[in-house]
Design a binder for this molecule. Structure first.
Ligand code: GDP
Length: 444
């Protein structure tokens, strides 16, 4: 699988940190050395590596401590954000014309997977955008290239316009007229590729661009070529003002350098990822998903993201303290439900906080779906009852009134009383935690 080696090296470097409650500068330096080696080995461009390391280090050293995350987890988040940034942050798609023909010109070196990518992209656009797609065969130097595109077109049932070895500009001009006359929505043009960038090829591409006035010029780059791919992209971009890249062969033993270097070096956004011989192995490129795949810590990253987005600085800690105090009441429970709703689940929140992981299982039997019901019940209580749970527990008259007022059964209210009870019991257990655990929680 692509990125295997980069993934495992980065993960190893990260894992050493995530368990730590406190990070020293030496820890960070050691990790950065590992990260640097991983990127070098993945054939990432040196300039990209330098910026990457500097950015991570700067943020890691000066980081603000967020509640809910330990320092190690925060460094993972910084590395993740930086990986995402070098790949372009946001996913960028094709700019389709609202009315009329969208013209996509594809360019790329021979063997980069251009013809295969054209087929896959055609099928992808037809499927995801429900558009009528046509190809134009304008790679006139190799008869085999025209045949290959026609074979793919036949296989996919996509029309291929060709005039054999006629002049590329003429073929493109006529092909576009044909497409307009036949109400196609999208045309993908195949152009000449060479083994290396040369003047004549570039000139022809510039000429075809002049005729085609494409909405997109997409460059196919072979992911296996590492940082060379970024230089190729830069050259193409300088001459043609390309609008995006398709990274191909991501299924191979790709080291990752191409995907991580292209954006920063050439400024071209990666729009698609192509990853196999099959016609449906083609997808929109999402920097965030790719970063998550590289770090291979999907669950943890989601958690970190959720925490940083949704948890108020002191809210989680305040809630924990309150839970452990003797007067945890229905108002607190209500607040907790709201927090859990934002975060996902209580077991998630707990799993996050060092030392709390062991209580996770006991909490997961609090059914998240019951929260709404329980909230309605709490809203039927008087303020006095919410603050003083004993009033509810000790009076069947009150219990009847509350359940009736909320349109529910007394048995529902009993379940709520049990939930509060359970929280209190748990709080008692937690307050017996070791001092070290407590320190961890407070620090984070
Ligand atoms: P072109 O010369 O740029 O048009 O490249 P082709 O589309 O002919 O592809 C060159 C070679 O790479 C062919 O053998 C393809 O089967 C292979 N290829 C293309 N795309 C992929 C891909 O995503 N994964 C893998 N493993 N091979 C690919």
């Amino acid at each position: 699988m692509a990125f295997d080696s980069l993934s495992s090296r980065l993960q190893m470097a990260m894992r050493r940190l995530t368990g730590k409650g406190k990070l020293t500068e030496t820890d960070i330096d050691e990790m950065m050395r590992e990260v640097r080696l991983s990127l070098l080995e993945a054939d990432v461009n040196l300039k990209v590596i330098k910026t990457f390391i500097n950015n991570v280090k700067e943020k890691a050293v000066g980081q603000k401590i967020l509640s809910g995350l330990n320092p190690g987890q925060q460094v993972v988040k910084i590395v993740f954000d930086e990986l995402k940034r070098v790949m372009g942050d946001e996913s960028v798609g094709i700019s389709y014309k609202i009315n009329g023909l969208t013209v996509i010109m594809t360019v790329g070196l021979q063997g980069s997977g251009k013809t295969t990518a054209i087929g896959k992209m055609g099928a992808f656009i037809r499927k995801t955008e429900k558009k009528k797609v046509m190809f134009i065969a304008a790679d006139i130097y190799r008869p085999a290239a025209i045949d290959q595109l026609k074979t793919i077109g036949k296989q996919l049932d996509i029309f291929v316009y060709d005039e054999g070895m006629n002049k590329a500009q003429t073929i493109v001009k006529n092909g576009l007229t044909y497409a307009k006359e036949n109400q196609y929505d999208v045309v993908i043009i195949d152009t000449a590729g060479r083994l290396h960038i040369d003047e004549a090829m570039m000139q022809e591409l510039v000429d075809v661009k002049e005729i085609a006035k494409p909405d997109e010029i997409l460059l196919t780059v072979d992911a296996m070529t590492g940082q060379v791919a970024a230089q190729v992209a830069e050259s193409f971009h300088n001459q043609l003002n390309t609008t995006g890249a398709i990274v191909t062969k991501l299924d191979g033993d790709t080291r990752g350098g191409a995907a991580l270097s292209i954006r920063e070096i050439s400024q071209i956004p990666i729009k698609f990822a192509s990853s196999g011989e099959k016609m449906d192995s083609f997808e929109a490129f999402h920097p965030e998903r790719m970063a998550s795949r590289i770090l291979g810590m999907g669950d943890m990253l989601t958690l970190i993201e959720t925490a940083t987005q949704n948890i108020d600085e002191d809210e989680a800690m305040g809630m924990m303290e309150k839970m452990m105090s003797d007067n945890f009441n229905y108002n607190d429970l209500l607040k907790q439900f709201k927090m859990i709703k934002r975060m996902g689940s209580i077991s998630k929140i707990m799993g996050f906080i060092p030392g709390m992981g062991k209580y996770k299982d006991q909490l997961s039997n609090v059914d998240d779906k019951q929260f709404d019901k329980m909230s309605v019940l709490i809203h039927s209580m008087t303020e006095e009852e919410r603050k003083n749970p004993k009033l509810v527990e000790s009076s069947s008259r009150r219990r009847q009134r509350i359940s009736k007022g909320s349109g529910m059964q007394v048995s529902d209210l009993n379940r709520l009383i049990q939930a509060l009870d359970q929280q209190k019991k748990l709080a008692k257990q937690m307050s017996g935690m070791s001092e070290r655990d407590m320190k961890n929680i407070q620090r984070n």
